[in-house]
Design a protein around this ligand. Structure first.
Ligand SMILES: [Zn+2]
Length: 282
């Protein structure tokens, strides 16, 4: 396993899940889509293309606010473009594809954060499978759990991201154990429904209604004062250092969501939620 630099490993935490997916098996080295042609002799993978073994497994010291301690971005995450193992069977075809199941199947709800008391009923959520491009440029299949009212709009959005060749690291339904786990500050899941309050609030987030989507959280961190989320993503606060997966003003992601009337949290003034899109701009 590659030993990457960065903070020393935290003590083993058997209860902590890998919030960043299951990166224990590095994908075969793949040339970057923008890089030179593969040489005939195997070259070591470029820094940032292979997920480190510790991804999602090192809980950060917790602050009084319940967040993790903000730490410098480990080098391997500073130009992050991992390809994680697929978690769903591939949708048929070789171009963009989608499959909407509404209401969402019970087994999908069961592995989500939905519980009695969430502000949307399980029968009002739809399961949307979507083809997306990974950072390897290849076709992958992901999933969103969203409010059934916006399922077709999300298909439109992700069709545009596919056409724009915008890369995503992973797109899967957020689990309850991830919500309860100590923060590791290195998650990067693209996700919609999460039954939780807004950051720093007691009110339900738009995610709890299935009416918000976070895209590539790590490349597009939330910042408010000194707070950075994910906590290890400070290297991405500099938006002039453009790297793959970043959401840029004038770029395809904001345009795609705007085409169905969704707004971007990166335009907010009191804080910047650069990975967040929502229907009501909250
Ligand atoms: Zn969000």
């Amino acid at each position: 396993m590659l030993r990457e630099d960065g903070p020393p490993p935290a003590p083993a935490s058997p209860g902590a899940p890998a919030t960043g997916g299951t990166p224990s098996a590095p994908a075969a080295p793949t040339p970057s889509p923008t890089g030179p042609a593969a040489p005939s002799a195997p070259a070591p993978p470029a820094p940032g293309t292979v997920a480190p073994a510790w991804l999602g497994k090192r809980p950060l010291p917790e602050t009084a606010d319940g967040f993790g301690e903000i730490q410098a971005t480990p080098r391997v995450l500073r130009n992050r473009r991992f390809t994680l193992p697929d978690t769903l069977p591939m949708l048929p075809g070789d171009g963009f594809a989608s499959h909407v199941v509404s209401p969402a199947p019970a087994d999908v709800i069961a592995r989500s954060t939905w519980v009695e008391g969430c502000p949307v009923s399980a029968s009002d959520l739809a399961w949307v499978q979507l083809a997306f491009r990974g950072f390897d440029g290849a076709r992958h299949t992901g999933e969103l759990l969203v409010n059934a009212d916006v399922a077709q709009d999300m298909v439109k959005v992700f069709r545009q991201l596919w056409r724009a060749k915008f890369p995503l690291e992973e797109m899967r339904v957020t689990r309850r154990d991830e919500l309860d786990a100590a923060p590791t500050g290195d998650g990067n899941n693209t996700s919609a429904f999460v039954c939780r309050p807004s950051v720093g609030s007691t009110h339900f987030s738009q995610h709890a209604y299935g009416l918000a989507v976070d895209v590539n959280q790590f490349q597009n961190p939330y910042t408010k004062g000194d707070l950075v989320l994910p906590e290890l993503a400070s290297a991405y606060i500099d938006r002039t250092n453009v790297r793959p997966g970043m959401i840029l003003t004038g770029g395809p992601v904001i345009r795609a969501f705007a085409s169905v009337g969704w707004e971007w949290g990166g335009y907010w003034n009191s804080l910047k939620d650069r990975h967040h899109f929502s229907l009501n701009n909250r």
